[in-house]
Ligand binder design. Structure first.
Ligand SMILES: Nc1nc2c([nH]c(=O)n2[C@H]2C[C@H](O)[C@@H](COP(=O)(O)OP(=O)(O)OP(=O)(O)O)O2)c(=O)[nH]1
Length: 134
């Protein structure tokens, strides 16, 4: 089975992160995720992320550090989900692939119905934030 390479952004605005909900008609519709998309051939992870965020949300970010990769098997397909931390710059919030978005605190990520591939990424973020304030 082929593994799809997907890049996503953990987009910070102060201490809140951006999540959005996939439209019902999309694959994994109804799940919340860190926005991004499939990496095209010959494209860098960072360029792909910037392109997807502009296409899907009309959002500009500063792509910062690589954070984590999670491999997940959805049964019908497998993905390699590559997460980068980003700083929010500006956005028109015109959603093409999502029907809702929220800015949430990292500790609150647990309470959202995240796409299964995103859960290990969210858990590591939560653990980092908890360690920071220990
Ligand atoms: N963008 C994004 N996709 C994710 C995340 N977690 C996760 O399992 N996925 C899955 C959902 C999709 O099956 C795939 C990414 O495809 P996509 O839907 O965002 O990209 P696309 O617009 O190019 O593809 P398509 O669904 O129109 O075929 O990865 C995530 O955090 N962000």
């Amino acid at each position: 089975m082929k593994t799809i390479k997907v890049v996503c952004g953990i987009i910070f605005n102060d201490d809140k992160v951006f999540i959005c909900r996939r439209k019902p008609e999309k694959s994994l519709g109804g799940y919340w995720e860190f926005p991004g998309g499939k990496i095209e051939e010959g494209e860098s992870n960072e360029a792909s992320l910037s392109r997807e965020l502009m296409e899907e949300i009309g959002m500009k970010v500063e792509v910062k550090d690589y954070f984590k990769t999670n491999f997940h098997n959805y049964g019908k397909f497998k993905i390699e989900l590559i997460a980068y931390k980003c700083n929010f710059l500006d956005a028109i919030f015109e959603l093409t692939d999502h029907d809702s978005f929220e800015w949430v605190s990292v500790e609150d990520l647990n309470n959202w119905n995240l796409a299964p591939a995103d859960i290990p990424i969210a858990l590591e973020l939560i653990s980092d934030v908890k360690n920071k304030y220990k």
